[in-house]
Design a protein around this ligand. Structure first.
Ligand code: UDP
Length: 404
């Protein structure tokens, strides 16, 4: 078997790989092109980096093209991203012109390849106009939206819809994220890569090293929330939950780990609120991590007894998937994609308040047997539903379905 397929087979099982091979049989030698606007950084690039070589190993001729533009193009696409997520601000005509112009220039470079492809995946709004710029396309085109587009700024959506409506299909991450379109829409949830630094198995020594680095006591229980310092992630509520839970588990340690987010003025303010709520409590550790601290996050998730994601609003919540994959029950806010992942009493608990979270912490730490059992189910649940191989399987099933 090819190298990457063999590596994934070790994690997900040979049967999953055999299923991928079976699905890709009618697609042998076909040309698939993915187009997005960044080679590195962000979840889309992370997924494509693995998905593209894996599809090639399956005998599908898959390539990945990245479009680029000038500063106005990026300003426009950033505004589109915000607008799709509900930010209500018009985008200047000059920026929209820069967006269309950048797409025209990229289309000149890519037209031959895109028109010849059997399937084209266009990721997010940045390259959406390419379809209209490839009049002799022979393949099927799919618009893949990774953004929560449930409540877009309407004038922006009307504009983008003109570019997106002619596609053959769209894919959204969650049912709540969709918009009505005149073609079939599919729901394909995100996934994590079990072989990435964030998720790969770690030697015990490395986990110990990270514990020592942050002065965490290996002999005392620890709960962890990893997230940006954002009010919707409710870090202050997590500190409150820890305070309440300590009445029953006095030696409980809490770690809140997140990035520095220098470009986010609100992040700085939330961090101050968190620091204030933590006070000088030595058992509440607020850790600022570098953006590439993937192995550190991995080690913290493995060091934790329970992972918390007490968001009051959430898209999918990849930190939940990551925690479950490490065999930890997750106590999660009852919202968004967390509901897909946390199955009450099976993979964790859904909660609405700090009091609820504290009760669940107590329950799990008093019932170590249940905790281990739920952790096992948690890992199995991710193995079956939220790994990269499932993501690829659904893409393959989708395009096989579009063949006819
Ligand atoms: N993450 C990170 N560093 C941080 C905070 C988060 O690398 O300081 C990662 C986290 O492990 C997860 C992703 O960023 O992979 C966050 O995704 P999620 O869907 O949980 O939340 P979002 O930040 O997209 O709202």
């Amino acid at each position: 078997m090819k190298e990457m397929l063999a590596a994934y087979a070790e994690v997900v099982g040979q049967d999953v790989i055999a299923h991928l091979q079976q699905l890709s049989r009618p697609l042998q030698g076909m040309k698939v092109v993915h187009v997005n606007s960044t080679r590195v950084g962000g979840g889309v690039a992370e997924i494509l980096e693995k998905l593209v070589p894996l599809s090639n190993e399956l005998g599908i001729d898959t390539s990945w093209e990245v479009i680029s533009g000038n500063e106005e193009f990026y300003r426009c696409t950033k505004a589109m991203h915000n607008g799709l997520q509900g930010h209500r601000a018009p985008i200047a005509d000059s920026l929209l012109q820069a967006y269309e112009e950048a797409n025209r220039e990229n289309a000149d470079q890519l037209r031959e390849q895109l028109e010849a492809a059997d399937f084209v995946f266009i990721h997010d709004p940045q390259p959406a106009p390419l379809l209209g710029l490839c009049p002799n396309r022979r393949g099927r085109w799919i618009w893949r939206c990774h953004i929560d587009a449930s409540r877009p700024y309407r004038p922006l959506w009307r504009y983008l819809r003109n570019h997106i409506a002619p596609y053959d299909a769209s894919v959204f991450s969650l049912p709540d994220f969709t918009q009505a379109l005149p073609h079939p829409e599919y729901i394909i949830p995100p996934s994590i890569d079990p072989l990435s630094d964030k998720n790969i198995e770690l030697p015990e020594a490395e986990i110990d090293r990270v514990r020592r680095e942050f002065a965490l006591d290996p002999d005392r229980p620890m709960v962890l929330q990893v997230s940006r310092f954002d009010r919707f992630k409710d870090p202050v509520g997590v500190i409150e939950a820890h305070r309440l839970a300590r009445k029953f588990v006095p030696d409980l340690q809490l770690v809140l780990a997140g990035g520095t987010a220098t470009d986010d003025p609100e992040g700085e303010a939330v961090l101050q609120e968190v620091r204030q709520a933590a006070g000088d409590d030595p058992d509440v550790k607020v850790l600022l991590l570098a953006p590439d601290a993937h192995r550190t996050i991995n080690a913290l998730q493995r060091a934790a007894d329970i992972v918390i994601q007490k968001s009051t609003k959430e898209g999918f919540g990849l930190t939940v998937t990551e925690g479950l994959w490490k065999g930890k029950p997750v106590i999660g806010g009852d919202t968004g994609g967390i509901r897909l992942q946390v199955v009450n009493y099976h993979t964790g608990f859904l909660v609405g308040t700090p009091q609820g979270a504290a009760l669940r912490i107590r329950y799990l730490l008093y019932r170590r047997d249940r905790m281990a059992e739920m952790g096992e189910k948690a890992r199995q649940f991710v193995r079956e539903n939220f790994l990269l191989t499932r993501h690829l399987r659904e893409y393959l099933a989708l395009i096989v379905g579009l063949l006819h």
